[in-house]
Design a binder for this molecule. Sequence first.
Ligand SMILES: [Zn+2]
Length: 361
Amino acid sequence: MMSETEAVIWEFIRRDLSPADFEQWVYSHPELEQFWGKETYLEVISSGFVQDGHVYEVRESLREWMERYIQRVCDCVTWESRQVLFEVIGSGFPEAKEYLASKFETVRSRDESSGLVSCKGCQQKWYFAISREFLDYYLLRLSEEQAQAIINDDKWPADFDDISYGPLKTSQTGGGNKSVRSVLQRLRVPLGFVTAAVFLIFAHPSRLSLIIGFPLALCGVAIRAWASGHLKKNAELAISGPYAYTRNPLYFGSFILALGCAVGGGNRWSGLLLLGFFLAVYIPVMQAEAEYMMTLFAGAYPAYARHVPLFLPRLTPWQPDSPGRQQSAAFDRNLYLRYREYRALVGLLVVFAILGLKAAF
Ligand SMILES: [Zn+2]
C-alpha cells in the first residue's frame, strides 16, 4: 500500500496538486527532511515554487528521486488526470486492452467501449472510453464522489462523450463562441471534402501550375510529417522539432499543402475558395486549442506561447531555459505511423494525379 506522503508527492509530480499547495504541505511536514535526505529536501524548499522553470525542475528531480528510491505500487499513480493509454504505455490497442485487463479491475461497464475500472495497485478509480477513431483508451482519474455517483446513480462523466472527434474538448475551451466552434469542428472534415471536390471540379491546371504547386504541397506534407513525430497529444506539451518554430506546425503544414494545391489547380477562384475555407475553419480551431492547452499545461504553456507564434513560424527555433525539456526532442517514427500521417501524402498524390489528368486532357 502506498503511503500518504508518497501519494501527495506523486500528486504534485503529475500536476494534480498546485505548486503553492505543495509548498504549503512541504512546510507543514518537517519530517520530509528525513524522508528525502538533506540534499533533496533543500532543493525542494529552495525552489520558490513560482517560476515555471523551477517548478518544472523540482517536479522532474522528485520524479527521479521517487523512481530511484520508492517501489511503485502501480503505474497509474504517475499519470495525469486525463490520459490516452497509448501515450503512457507506448503501444497500441491489443496491448492496451491486455494491459488494462491485467492492471485494473472492472467495477462497472457502461457499454462495450467504456466503463469504470479500479487500479489493482492503488485502488484509484478511472473512467475509460475507447475512441472510435484510433481505438485509443482515454482515461479520466475519478474522485471518490465521482466513482460513487457512477456506482450508485449511474451518473457518468460527460468528458469523453465526443472522443470520436479527437482529444479537443469544446466544452473546456471557454470563450463565447462554443457552439460555433463546436459546429465548425464537427463539420470541418465533411466541409473539407466538399471544398476539395469543388476545387477539383473547377481547377484548370497547366504544366507550369503543377510544376510550381506540387513541390510546394510536398513541403506542406513534409512539415506535417515532421510535426507528427514530435506530437504526444495531451501527455506532454510538444515544443521540440517544428514546435519550436510555430505552435501549430500540423496546421501550418496543411496550409502550405493547401497553398500548393491551390497553385497547382491553376484556377484563382477555386484556389481562393480553398484558402478561404482553410483560414475560416482553422483559425478558430487554433484559438480554441490554444485556450485548451493553456488549461492543460498551465505551467509551461504561457512561456511557450510568449515566444512561439500561434501559426506563422518564427525564423529561429525557440530554446526553453530548462534543459530538461529537451529530453524527448527526437523525431519518433512510431508516432508518425500511429497518427497515420502518411494519409496526407496519399491524399496529395491523389489530388495531383487528378490535376495531372485534367491538365493532360
Ligand atoms: Zn494505481
